[in-house]
Design a protein around this ligand. Sequence first.
Ligand code: C5P
Length: 297
Amino acid sequence: MRVRCPAKINLDLHVGPLREDGFHPLRTWMVTVGLYDHLNFRPADRFSLTCDDPAIPTDSKNLVWRVANVLGREDVSIHIEKQIPAGGGLGGGSSDAAFTFLALNHFWQLDFDREFMCQASAELGSDVPFFFHLPSAICEGRGEVITPVRPPLCGWAVLLLPKIAMPTPAVFRRFDELVGGADFASRPQKPREARSSDAMSLLASLINDLEPAAFDLRPDLAELRQSAEALVGRPVRMSGSGSTLFTLFDNPMPAIAAATKCQDGLGIRCLPVPLAVYARGIPPDDPPGEGNEAPRD
Ligand code: C5P
């Protein structure tokens, strides 16, 4: 069984003050993007986990290992083909974990309910529950309170992928020092109209509360954002705790042109990607249709 696991971006990310359990309350609008890891599952005599990227751990530090271990069966080998950069704010490890849970549920006919798996996986990482509710959702609480919403009307993003691995806990700690999140409760929810606006209007309304903290830790990322905005002539935002930056487009051709321009001008990997894609490969959940994209407003 071969499973395609998409990355996500946080279009919007509002963060509140540090809770007693060490996490922060969030309100974030996540949407999948067309950049994928692939997981390969094969029957085996004993459990093994391998990855084509030697920088990725294949022991208990890997969420895929932990999901398989919790399920407690040995007779599978899993190979990860890694395309989603680690430490990029794209949820690659979380996506792999969620789809390992779903795939092993199918592979071993465990018959767990999707919502049960979603809640059970929440303690593995704050981004994991989202991946049970593709392709677009508002995530609150620590990340585990999920409200699926229609994806934005604009269908394309350009991802800017600098070779910087941002340490998420350090970004949140710097957020506590710099910002604190005291006005979180009084912020309005993103109105439904935001989802129907064109790329430029939507970009203008997006806020990521972790940007000041991430840019304080890595001023070179702030400079990169500034240069990217000058090159593409539109706002560029950060996903999650960084380091991935993104901007949005209504149509694919301008997205392809902007990605080429940024890659040449900034010397980093830049990808045009569709928004709101699904996973593939776990029967019977594949939605029909070759485009495999979600309905929009
Ligand atoms: O849940 P996850 O493993 O992604 O979290 C990594 C770290 O990010 C946490 O240990 C915490 O420091 C920070 N975090 C947070 N509030 C959240 C999510 C993550 O403070 N809602």
